[in-house]
Design a binder for this molecule. Sequence first.
Ligand code: 13P
Ligand code: SF4
Length: 365
Amino acid sequence: MQTATISFDRFNSLADNDAGDRIRAAKAALGKDVVMLCHHYQRADVYAHADITGDSLKLSRLASQAEAKHIVFCGVHFMAEVADILSRPEQISILPDLAAGCSMADMASLAKVERAWRELKAVLNPDEKITPVTYINSAADLKAFCGEHGGIVCTSSNAPKILEWSFAQREKVLFFPDQHLGRWSGYKMGIPLDQMVIWNPDLEQGGLTREQIEKAKIILWHGYCSVHQMFQPRDIAKFRAQYPEGKVISHPECSFEICKESDYIGSTETILKVVKEAPANTRWLVGTELNLVERLAHEVKHEGKIVQFMASTICMCSTMQRIDPQHLAWTLENLVQGKVVNQITVPEHEAKLAKISLERMLAAS
Ligand code: 13P
Ligand code: SF4
């Protein structure tokens, strides 16, 4: 007899600890049939169950190599899409809560990027002159757009390398959706700030003149991460005044001012590595999401290292936070019953083109 999908209602009021016990039991029952990939921003009681943790580059590489039939992605929507695109057709990518999106990814849509491409045609031929580069924090259809137009995907750990690849193809880059990652990576390559202009998708021709577009090396989409946007140069100034020997490390989604004031810039994986490998008894100010910073502070405390969060306000990624033990237990118990809930499927034609731009990235980084 066919069993029905178990409804989430039965999990909603489950205590975190009880959900944790049920996750362990379901994982044990599923064995090698399931692999749990987990981004570093996930909450501690989800992170504890991960088979593999990582930044978005590491997780996309590992998703492409996963053996398990079911890939349960504890992260946000675009990450589960990447897992679906890069895994084998018979594998199933699952996002435990479909509401776990990325507000930055939502700042660029295919319709708006296509419009920008059309409007750029009034000034130059974009297919000859511009490499489109999408940050991995974007919907699959934008990765497909890049695949179709000679472009590529980047992550926060390979953006400078991907820009080099892009300039080897064409003389300019259209970078979306994160202006900060694009600007910082361009700056590190030696591109003057006045040759990086902002494309505002709500204005005609991005709000740019013909001359600005002609002069630009990088056209930066007007997108940003609301979590990383919260960090302020005054947070660093206060730390430096109090602890002149302390070090500052930030994620490249932070503003240009924060990146310039930091001692180190890197992806979530790099931040963890740098602080973990630092000498004992050092002090760190970290500019990235709170779950990661709190976990790191706890992990290095025994070496006398002090890790402080950069902002005085709480900056959590509220969408990453949506993956909770209750949704995870619900997803896994359904799998034990042979039911798949919250599968992420990228339409085939889109996946084919998106895979081109993702594979270009994996080869170039
Ligand atoms: P990483 O590539 O460093 O994991 O960053 C992803 C992300 O969404 C940061 O906000
Ligand atoms: Fe998106 Fe920012 Fe959350 Fe990263 S931290 S997933 S960029 S909203």
